[in-house]
Each structure stands twice: as structure tokens, then as C-alpha cells.
Design a protein around this ligand. Structure first.
Ligand code: AMP
Ligand code: ZN
Length: 466
């Protein structure tokens, strides 16, 4: 079976047919950077990362774009609360996002565009919509004219008439129709703003994603993904704004990730069950958390529990244990059929990225391989090498759950990550306070240990030289 997955737009599992043979263009809605991201966001980011990695495993070249929403009401609110510019708030949490995704083993996207760096294109897109009659201005605000897009509602299945009834409750007289939505918001005093044909202001959230995706992937691209909560209105509006202008399909496939709840309740700060990705990474390695997420199908809700994480730790140790044992085992004479197991893994993943069935195949293989390794005949060198190669490509390449550190299920690499994060923060503090001798000592001392720090506009990264 070729790769097939559920398309929210057509409401069925469909075979994936790329626009360009051998290539995938994919856009996933990224974070709004007003805080550290939480374990619910992390689930969406990890599952999206796994989809991208599986396409690569299957031989595709993936152009993977994930935006960073760096201008938004919540960012402005936090800036006001902390008495600092909202651009600084956005910078702090955009850097934290890139650091935390790295610690989670989530690969850097081909591009992480930012809304504030795409302003020229956003304004041009809105202007073109106004020129075409699909949007209108009212005193410096611009709204999308929903009636200009006949297919509005095709993703979420909502009907304009039903939406109108709901929207009338909070009707805004300035809009022609209560369901019309904001493309450009005129600046309020003290808010960050950009010049536009409609005066100073800033874009709405939906238009940012339409423009960032099309800028990097073209008018029509293969896959658009995000959490379930984004189907309406965010993704519905993205389609309307894009297709009303281009007259062509926006994304061919729409993929949505199920929500994460904690102990069967919605995660929220007020309920005291809110965990950031950073909080969880202090207790469990990225490999354990990733494995835990992947045991549930990406479209199903996931009920997050500490018991579940503990169980994941044990399960992961079995896979890691086989990987390590294969390296240490002595040469034997029996061969082992890896190809049949690999085919089961592929069949499961091709069937709507069924990660739990893929793990079923991997665990069956692990059981049989352990038996073979412990038998008197042992396993021949070629079989051990191809088993290790398959584990490397599946568990590490696709799932990102194998650790090169032995025996601890990844805990020590998570520990090193944590220590390095602390070193980077201490060095940044030293530099802020102009303690140059101390900051140099940190950098030079790490260098002697074989760790180099690389500064960039996305923050500081580290890598080992050995
Ligand atoms: P946000 O920063 O809130 O815009 O969310 C970033 C991404 O995380 C989006 O794709 C959301 O759909 C997703 N997301 C937010 N909350 C959860 C949750 N509890 N479970 C799964 N995904 C989530
Ligand atoms: Zn988006």
C-alpha cells in the first residue's frame, strides 16, 4: 500500500499523490510565542515531525515549513504586563521554542518564517483581496468578505447560515456580515504597528499563515497540518483567503492532530494541570516522551498520565536494549529475516501513520531477535548489521527515540542537554552584565571539553566536536 492518510478536507483516508514526484511540501502551524510551549503543543509538533521524518524514510525530499507567530494580542498583553516591548517577549519565546524543540528531538524545519518578517507580502496579499472585491476596509480595519468565497465551510463542514446566527450575538456593526473576519487591524495606542495602504496596523492571525505558507511552498502545496482546534476558524479562513485570490486549491491534504488532555481534563493554568515542555523534560528524556506520544494514533485524543510515561520508559528500554545487545553480541551462525518485519512496519505507517501498529511490529521483532541472539546458534554478522540498520532507520530516523548513550534509555543525553542549557543561560547572563572574562571562560572551558557554542539570531546552540 502506498502512503495513505486521512484528509480532513475530503473526510476520508486517501493515497498520497505529491504535486511533484518524489517531493513533499508541508506546512504546520507553529507556536504563538507568548510563553513556553506546553506538552499539548509538543504532541502536535512531535507528530508532525514524525510525519515529515517518515516521508524522508520513504525516499521523499520534504520542504517543511513551520511558522512562528511573533505578533499577536497575547504577545502584546504579556509585553504590557511585563512592561517591555512585545518584540522582546516574542524574541524570548521564539528562542525558547527553538531550544525546546531541539531538546525534544524535533528537527529544525526547512524554514521557520516569522510573521513580522513577512509583512510586505501580507500587506500585498490583503491589498490584492481588496482589489478583487473579496475584502473591504472600514476606518483602517480590513475584513474578508466571506460571501465572496462560495466554498466557505468546505473544510469544517460549517454552513454560513448557521455561523451567521451564532455570530450575530457578538455582531460588530462595522462589518457587512457578522461572519466576515479580520485581515488587518488598525493600531491602537501603544501597540506595535506597520504602515499599510489603510494606515498603521497589524495583520490578523489567519492571513499570516496563508501568506507564509504560500511564500515558501507556492500557491498550491501538498500538506497543511495543525492541531484539531485549528480546523475552524483558522484553517477554514486560510483556505478562503488563499483560494479567493489565486482561484486555485490551497493545500491538497489537511492533517489534524488530536488534542492532549491531562487525567481526562483539559490542560489549563487555572486547573493547575499545566505542564510546559521544559517541565516534562526535567523528569523524562525526550525519547521517552516521544515514544509515549506515538503509542496513540495521531488523530485520537491522548490522555496524558505519569503512569503512562513510566510504562513508556519500560517499553522503550526493550527497543534500546536490543539495539545495544546487537552491538555487543558475538558472531553466530543463524540468519534473521529483517525484511519481513520491516514490511510490517511500512504497512502500518503507510496506513494513516499507524504508529502503534508500527510499534507492534517492532516489539514482535524485538522478541524474536532476542530469542535468536540467546540461542546457541546466535546470529550471523550480516543479520545483526541489517537489524541494527533497520532499528536505526525506524526508531532513530523516523521516531527519534533511540539514544546513542547506552543503558539509561536516553536519560543521560537529556541530562547533558539540561546542563548545556544552563551553561548557555549562565553565559548569556554574564554577557548581559558585561562580565566578559566569565563568559569567555565558559565558552573556552567548554571548548576544551570538546563542546562548541554557536551564536545566531535564533539563540545559542551547542555541538560536540568529537
Ligand atoms: P498555539 O501556540 O496555541 O497557536 O498552538 C500551536 C500548535 O499546538 C497548534 O497546532 C495547536 O493546534 C496545537 N495545540 C494547542 N494545544 C494543544 C493540545 N492541548 N493538544 C494538542 N495540540 C495542541
Ligand atoms: Zn496557522
Amino acid at each position: 500500500m502506498p502512503i495513505s492518510f486521512y484528509n480532513t478536507l475530503t473526510r476520508k483516508v486517501e493515497e498520497f499523490k505529491p504535486i511533484v514526484e518524489g517531493r513533499v511540501s508541508m506546512y504546520t502551524c507553529g507556536p504563538t510565542v507568548y510563553d513556553f510551549f506546553h506538552i499539548g503543543n509538543a504532541r502536535s509538533f512531535v507528530m508532525s515531525d514524525v510525519v515529515r521524518r517518515y516521508f524522508e524514510f520513504s525516499g521523499y525530499e520534504v520542504n517543511y515549513v513551520m511558522n512562528i507567530t511573533d505578533i499577536d494580542d497575547k504577545i502584546i498583553k504579556r509585553g504590557n504586563e511585563e512592561n517591555r516591548p512585545s518584540s522582546e517577549v516574542a524574541e524570548t519565546f521564539a528562542t525558547a521554542f527553538l531550544e525546546d524543540t531541539k531538546r525534544f528531538g524535533i528537527r529544525h524545519a526547512s524554514t521557520h518564517p516569522r510573521a513580522t518578517e513577512t509583512m510586505e507580502e501580507i500587506i500585498a496579499h490583503i491589498k490584492a483581496l481588496v482589489d478583487k472585491g473579496a475584502a473591504y476596509e472600514v476606518d483602517g480595519d480590513v475584513y474578508f468578505r466571506v460571501s465572496a468565497f462560495k466554498e466557505y465551510g468546505k473544510l469544517s463542514g460549517k454552513k454560513i447560515e448557521d455561523l451567521q446566527i451564532g455570530a450575530r450575538i457578538e455582531a460588530d456593526d462595522r462589518k457587512e456580515n457578522p461572519v466576515d473576519f479580520s485581515l488587518w487591524k488598525s493600531a491602537k495606542p501603544g501597540e506595535p504597528s506597520w504602515d499599510s495602504p489603510w494606515g498603521k496596523g497589524r495583520p490578523g492571525w489567519h492571513i499570516e499563515c496563508s501568506v507564509m505558507s504560500q511564500k515558501y511552498l507556492g500557491k498550491t502545496f501538498d500538506i497543511h497540518a495543525g492541531g484539531n482546534d485549528l480546523i475552524f476558524p483558522h484553517h477554514e479562513n486560510e483556505i478562503a483567503q488563499s483560494e479567493a485570490l489565486t482561484g486555485e486549491p490551497f493545500a491538497h491534504y489537511w492533517m489534524h492532530f488530536g488534542f492532549l488532555n491531562i487525567d481526562n481534563e483539559k490542560m489549563s493554568k487555572s486547573l493547575g494541570n499545566f505542564f510546559t515542555a521544559r517541565d516534562i523534560l526535567e523528569k523524562y528524556s525526550a525519547e521517552v516522551i516521544r515514544f509515549y506520544y506515538m503509542q496513540t494514533h495521531y488523530r485520537s485524543p491522548l490522555n496524558f498520565t505519569h503512569e503512562g510515561l513510566e510504562a513508556a520508559k519500560t517499553g522503550l528500554q526493550k527497543l534500546q536494549g536490543l539495539y545495544d545487545a546487537l552491538e555487543d553480541a558475538k558472531t553466530g551462525s543463524a540468519s534473521f529475516d529483517v525484511a519481513a518485519h520491516e514490511q510490517r512496519f511500512i504497512d502500518a505507517m503507510n496506513d494513516d501513520f499507524n504508529t502503534s501498529a508500527a510499534f507492534g511490529a517492532l516489539f514482535d521483532m524485538t522478541r524474536e531477535a532476542n530469542t535468536a541472539l540467546h540461542a546457541d546458534t546466535g546470529m550471523d554478522d550480516a543479520s545483526r548489521a541489517s537489524l541494527r540498520d533497520f532499528l536505526q532507520r525506524s526508531c532513530e530516523g523516523v521516531f527519534g527515540i533511540l539514544s546513542s548513550e547506552k543503558d539509561d534509555g536516553g536519560a543521560s543525553s537529556a541530562l547533558l542537554d539540561g546542563v548545556m542549557q544552563l551553561m548557555i543561560e549562565l553565559r548569556a547572563e554574564a554577557r548581559n552584565e558585561k562580565q566578559w572574562a566569565l563568559s569567555d571562560r565558559i565558552r573556552d572551558g567548554l571548548k576544551e571539553l570538546g563542546i562548541v557554542l554557536e551564536d545566531s539570531r535564533d539563540g545559542t546552540r551547542w555541538k560536540t566536536t568529537t
